[in-house]
Design a protein around this ligand. Structure first.
Ligand code: UDP
Ligand code: MG
Length: 309
């Protein structure tokens, strides 16, 4: 019988861990799907790891890893995928905002031969106004930059072993799970689900972490910002030629003093453009720097596996 691995990243989710383990285990038993649950404690500051250990004692199919610090959800997903032994693997949020029943639907699509089953949000659930606004703008931007519509996509996906292996072979340090599955290809299908309300705890996204997430993912997925600068630079160059000709005419007709404004405007314009492009280039250089360091993407400090030995 095929084994389904369920990867569950958890950051400060002590109220949810055992609940999630229970709900998922019961569901899998009911549907007669053989499953393992892998909780990844992403350096939580609360009792999450204790709760994961408790869950692993309560349910024999629950495993856990604990990071040495908070490495972020992407790293947690990756660690889960690396430790998954299943023939297919589903990634789901610990807060049960992704309805567990959808896994069954995904699983049967997998049995029908699909290799990548993507959960897409039917609606975005209850989100703060500001959060909603920024995530919408983020996706609009990313859509423009990459040509993929990701506004409804999420990390809730089921991956066939082939897809997991392909994903794990990607060499870059900073991954973007949501989007890279588009890049990977494979026989895929979408499944709609309704985002549920969080049962306990609170969202881990602060405003600054969202901005960081957006910047990181736009730059890791496209070089469009660099091209925009080149384009703006080109337009500005045309503009400069026109202005240059005009000031030459002014000069030869003896009205050059009036050109002071132009000089100042040009100074400002060019100055800001240079700064802008330097900033963007700097950002890419810092990404190159991050990648060439070849640091591990996460560090595991404890896992329920080696405790059992
Ligand atoms: N999460 C994580 N590491 C982080 C932030 C979040 O592993 O640094 C996990 C979190 O425990 C949850 C999932 O990612 O299982 C989604 O987080 P959250 O519910 O806060 O995001 P939202 O649903 O509000 O987008
Ligand atoms: Mg959530």
């Amino acid at each position: 019988m095929p084994l389904l691995s369920i990867v569950i990243p958890a950051y400060n989710e002590d109220k949810m861990v055992v609940k999630a383990a229970e709900v998922l285990t019961q569901l899998m038993e009911k549907e007669k799907i053989e499953a393992e649950l892998i909780f990844i404690n992403d350096g939580s500051k609360d009792q999450t790891w204790m709760e994961i250990e408790r869950a692993s004692k309560l349910f024999s199919n629950v495993k856990g890893l604990s990071f040495s610090r908070n490495f972020g959800k992407e790293a947690a997903i990756l660690a889960g995928l690396e430790h998954a032994k299943g023939d297919c693997c589903v990634v789901i949020d610990c807060d049960l905002q992704h309805p567990p029943e959808t896994i069954i639907q995904m699983y049967s699509l997998w049995q029908d031969g699909y290799e990548l089953i993507e959960g897409v949000k039917a609606s975005r659930g209850s989100e703060g106004k500001l959060h909603g606004f920024f995530s919408k703008s983020f996706y609009r931007l990313i859509n423009r930059a990459t040509g993929f519509d990701m506004s409804k996509s999420s990390d809730f996906k089921l991956l066939d072993r082939k897809v997991i292996d392909a994903y794990l072979r990607l060499p870059e340090r900073k991954l973007f799970f949501r989007a890279l599955s588009y890049w990977l290809g494979f026989k895929s299908i979408e499944v709609e689900y309704e985002v549920q309300d969080r049962l306990a705890g609170e969202t881990k996204w602060s405003f600054s972490s969202l901005v960081k997430y957006a910047l990181n993912n736009i730059t890791s997925f496209s070089t469009a910002p660099m091209q925009i600068v080149t384009f703006v630079g080109f337009v500005f160059f045309l503009f400069a030629i026109v202005l240059g000709i005009q000031s030459m005419i002014n000069y030869f007709s003896g009205q050059s003093l009036a050109g002071f404004t132009t000089v100042i405007l040009l100074q400002l314009g060019i100055g800001s453009l240079i700064m802008m492009s330097l900033g963007i280039m700097g950002y890419y250089i810092s990404k190159i720097y991050e990648e060439v360091k070849r640091r591990p993407r996460y560090i595991v400090s404890v896992s329920t596996e080696n405790e059992r030995k």
